[in-house]
Design a protein around this ligand. Structure first.
Ligand SMILES: NC(=O)c1ccc[n+]([C@@H]2O[C@H](COP(=O)([O-])OP(=O)(O)OC[C@H]3O[C@@H](n4cnc5c(N)ncnc54)[C@H](O)[C@@H]3O)[C@@H](O)[C@H]2O)c1
Length: 395
């Protein structure tokens, strides 16, 4: 029997997950129902494929009316928790985009709803399931570097303008780039470590690079600097050819606009960092930057034990194991065919297909999503208060 999927929030990300990954694994899997606030637009985008889909403007009505094998939630960040709770109350398998929550109240609401939810949930954390992270985790489990003692994780985001020139600039929706971006990295670091962060200390800088100077509501095309600004599609794309590949030659709101926010209203950070101490005493540091460009982009970690070091980078797709007390360094190249968040998206899709078919629990569970959101929120509070803080895990 073909799998019947419902979608809440049929936007760019979830459509990519369905079309590029779930349908590759199971071509018969069907989106039979969509709840969105852009239904007419989506009908237009899908053309004749929309004829077999029932459209709703209310998620409860869809969930009550349809017999679904699973539901995917791909709304923007602030709506993930309320939509997830609707799906959880029907005990249906769920694919949930990250961050799973954007406030402490949402974290707690999800945590308590999860106590009664027994269906599998796949949280959209592809990095942890990528071949590189899985290899690193396996090497540690095999004792290749001895006991893991120190993690140094880096995310230099070469396409970071997207967090200031698209909907991501709206802090009310994202609640900042710990939740938006670091949620992945804190998750894979915890997954590899096999334990939870206990204590955090964080710092962030805002309004020093992006935001703040130009009038609110300004778009590139109306700006008198359109021919010289490095953020303008005209300059980057047509003159320098430096536009990050996946952002087209699009007009966009100004990255330096006053409407991006400030320290009082909240604002996505230009860069941020955190120290994490895990329950065993293992120490980690993570740092992210949104204004590096081109070859300076990197995302990965250095994992150090007394007997060795593992270093990996998703931008190059390589992992290196250095044995400290042997004349031995081993390099692993994961191959150029890997696509979709370092190969993690197809693994998530695989887990979700199994969740729908067999109710198998996946390798990226709701508990991981809740834990990561909670650590990210604690990092943000630590940065705001300039304090070390214990992560307040609920009972
Ligand atoms: N896991 C990952 O690696 C990854 C990658 C990219 C984006 N994301 C996350 O995916 C989410 C969506 O991002 P996107 O780029 O697809 O955004 P998007 O704007 O393209 O998609 C969001 C969709 O939700 C719909 N929507 C908004 N309010 C709604 C409501 N009340 N009810 C139903 N539908 C509603 C919108 O109309 C839109 O179709 C974000 O939270 C983002 O952080 C995750």
């Amino acid at each position: 029997m073909a799998l019947q999927m419902g979608v809440i929030g049929y936007g760019g990300r979830i459509r990519g997950v369905i079309d590029s990954f779930i349908r590759v694994l199971d071509p018969a899997a069907n989106v039979v129902a969509i709840t969105d606030i852009r239904n007419e637009e989506i009908r237009g985008e899908l053309g004749s494929a929309a004829e077999s889909i029932r459209f709703y403007d209310d998620a409860d009505r869809m969930l009550d009316a349809e017999r679904l094998d699973g539901v995917l939630i791909g709304t923007r960040c602030d709506m993930h928790t309320p939509m997830a709770i609707k799906v959880m109350s029907r005990n249906l398998p769920m694919y949930l985009e990250k961050p799973v929550a954007t406030s402490m109240d949402q974290v707690l609401a999800l945590h308590y709803a999860a106590k009664r939810y027994t269906a599998p949930c796949v949280v959209s954390f592809p990095m942890r399931l990528s071949p590189l992270a899985m290899k690193a985790r396996q090497l540690i489990l095999d004792g290749a570097i001895g006991k893991l003692e120190h993690i140094q994780a880096v995310n230099n985001v070469s396409y970071g303008s997207v967090y200031f020139d698209s909907w991501y600039r709206d802090y009310r929706v994202t609640q900042g780039l710990f939740l938006q971006k670091a949620t992945h990295d804190i998750d894979y670091v915890s997954f590899i470590a096999g334990e939870r962060p206990k204590l955090v200390a964080a710092m962030m800088s805002r309004g020093r690079v992006y935001g703040g100077r130009k009038p609110a509501g300004l778009w590139c095309s109306a700006c008198d600097e359109v021919e010289s600004c490095p953020e303008s599609p005209f300059w980057k794309r047509k003159v320098k050819g430096l536009q990050p590949a996946w952002r087209g030659n699009e007009d966009h709101p100004c990255c330096f606009g006053k409407d991006i926010g400030d320290d009082k209203t909240g604002c996505n950070e230009d860069s941020s960092s955190c120290l994490l101490q895990f329950e065993s005493g293992l120490q980690a540091v993570y740092t992210q930057n949104f204004f590096v460009r081109r070859d300076a982009g990197e995302r990965g970690a250095t994992l150090i034990g007394y007997d060795g070091t593992i270093q990996f980078d998703w931008c190059k797709n390589i992992l290196k194991l250095t044995r400290h007390h042997e004349h031995e360094t081993i390099s692993y190249n994961m191959g150029s065919e890997i696509d979709g968040h370092g190969g993690g998206d197809i693994e998530l899709a695989h887990d979700f297909v199994r969740a729908m078919r067999h109710r198998d629990s996946g390798r990226s569970p709701l508990t991981a999503g809740i834990q990561s959101a909670l650590v990210c929120l604690t990092c943000r509070t630590s940065a705001e208060r300039r304090q070390f803080l214990e992560v307040p895990y609920p009972a």
